[in-house]
Design a protein around this ligand. Structure first.
Ligand SMILES: *Cc1c(COP(=O)(O)O)cnc(C)c1O
Length: 492
């Protein structure tokens, strides 16, 4: 299995280890399979397996060249998870299911991929005898940063530099991120938003002078964002695992179609769902749920992607994004692997701030994707609604998915069972959750909010939540986006 960049017109192939090590293609495009796997397998027997075995199978479809996948998966999905099912499915409200993706060490779904990526990167480096030090350069809207720091903590031959928007993340996210310890970790706040951080990171990544400077020191960049194919592929697993749990619970028969609803930011999570569908998982629709930064909702509804609008800081901060990187991988399929067409669209997005897809492409997208968005008040109302109906706490990102699903089901006739991806623990955003269910009182923030929230919860606090109380945030560095390049060079 070889990979190629979405922007390379000669379709030049890269091996799996190289694609994972590089993270982002040099031309600014994203790595995708040259020929998407079309495996011959028995769905019924695959989905009844434990999570780890499904993960091994999925990884083998894409990264069969990497030797040592079995050990990598065993390490990635071991006792650092607070449940052996890894991603448990809970039935809650009105026929919809919540797939809890937050049982890893940093309480958000990013752990599913970022517990695996360091393992995969280690195998990749070993396999191609790459002895460079890897500099993981990452922009975060809050959750990727912490999960990357945790995943790569003390990994030999690796340093991690994380940039986060200083005023764009929640108090607990900040506590968690600044509380990570390791001899190879750097965390930097920027006076700007996530898009500015992500754009700069992409620029630094592909700056020939910076690359050369690093090469002289036997260092090279890689990415822990969902732009890295090694992070994206492990996420396919839980779509299969969720389907298996529905079959196991007797809610569906093998072969029945289901719908997934995905709280979306950078379009990584939902793209993994689309890949699952391409691999033969019976998916009816993928619902792309956004917050008020609803560029994607507009895109799926009109066929025009327009980032020219004000960036809004919301109560679902990990989805505060106007330029969703992974959409490029979907467009690449939509345009039948025409890299020239992708280049044109991406250039236009950069220079003019928008692009429009052809009517045929728009129609093709509508066959698989539905879209909608929730504003901050609707997010709070949804948290309250679900709590009152089912005594179940959901986080603001999950609430976006839940609200949009509810709206979609009212507007359409889609009665397929729907799995809503629960992307973060409610304890990661306790102020918002508490405010939603306890609107009369004056509510605390940070750790005190966690304690207050726990009183509303029938289940006991997980180890990951308890760990927050032990975090000792270290002092923080804050810079302007223009200083990012120099800061990287100074830190590493
Ligand atoms: C990152 C994140 C999202 C968005 O996922 P994408 O893959 O960027 O679309 C949604 N919810 C939470 C809690 C996240 O951390």
């Amino acid at each position: 299995m070889k990979f190629r960049s979405t922007r390379n017109v000669t379709a030049q192939a890269t091996t799996a280890p190289e694609a994972i090590i590089q993270g982002l293609a040099e031309d600014g495009g994203l790595f995708v399979p040259v020929a998407f796997p079309q495996p011959n397998y028995d769905l019924a027997s695959l989905i009844q397996q434990p999570y780890q075995l499904i993960a091994k199978q999925v990884l083998r479809w894409f990264f069969n060249e990497l030797s040592g996948l079995d050990v990598a998966v065993t390490k990635a999905y071991g006792s650092q998870w607070d449940t052996p099912t890894i991603t448990p499915l809970t039935k809650q409200v009105a026929g919809n299911y919540y797939l809890e993706l937050f049982h890893g060490p940093t309480l958000a779904f990013k752990d599913v991929a970022l517990q695996a990526l360091p393992q995969l990167m280690g195998l990749a480096k070993q396999q191609v005898h790459n002895q460079n030090e890897t500099i993981i350069l990452t922009a975060t809207s809050g959750d990727t940063g912490t999960a990357a720091l945790r995943g790569f903590q003390n990994v030999v031959g690796t340093q991690v530099v994380v940039f986060y928007p200083q005023d764009g993340i929640s108090p607990i996210q900040k506590l968690q991120m600044l509380g990570q310890t390791g001899n190879n970790l750097h965390v930097v706040g920027i006076k700007g938003n996530f898009d500015q951080a992500q754009t700069r990171v992409k620029q630094i990544f592909n700056d020939p002078q910076v690359r050369q400077h690093l090469a002289q020191q036997k260092q090279q960049f890689s990415s822990a964002n969902s732009m890295n194919i090694g992070r994206l592929i492990p996420q396919i697993t839980y779509y299969f695992a969720a389907y298996g749990q529905l079959v196991h619970q007797g809610a569906i028969k093998v072969g029945d179609k289901i719908t997934f609803s995905v709280p979306t930011g950078n379009f990584g999570d939902i793209l993994a769902g689309y890949y699952a569908k391409k691999l033969g998982l019976p998916i009816h629709k993928l619902i792309c749920a956004s917050n008020v930064n609803h560029v994607l909702t507009d895109f799926f509804q009109t066929g025009t992607y327009d980032r020219q609008r004000e960036f809004q800081v919301t109560n679902a901060p990990s989805m505060d994004i106007l330029v969703s990187s992974n959409l490029e991988r979907l467009l690449f399929d939509a345009y039948h692997q025409d890299a020239e067409a992708i280049n044109k669209l991406m250039q236009q997005l950069q220079s003019q701030g928008y692009y429009q897809v052809t009517p045929q492409v728009h129609e093709w997208l509508s066959q698989t994707f539905a879209a909608g968005y929730a504003n901050p008040d609707q997010v709070e109302a949804e948290i309250q609604r679900v709590y009152e109906q089912a005594n179940y706490l959901i986080d603001p990102h999950t609430a976006v998915g839940s609200f949009v699903t509810h709206q979609y089901q009212t507007q359409t006739n889609d009665h397929h069972p729907c799995v809503i991806l629960a992307t973060a623990s409610p304890y990661k955003f306790p102020e918002t959750v508490l405010g939603a269910i306890n609107s009369q009182a004056k509510n605390p923030s940070g750790l005190a909010a966690i304690e207050a929230l726990a009183k509303f919860d029938s289940s006991s606090l997980t180890a990951g939540v308890k760990e927050l109380f032990a975090d000792q945030p270290h002092s923080q560095l804050t810079i302007a986006p223009t200083e990012m390049t120099n800061t990287v060079l100074n830190l590493v």
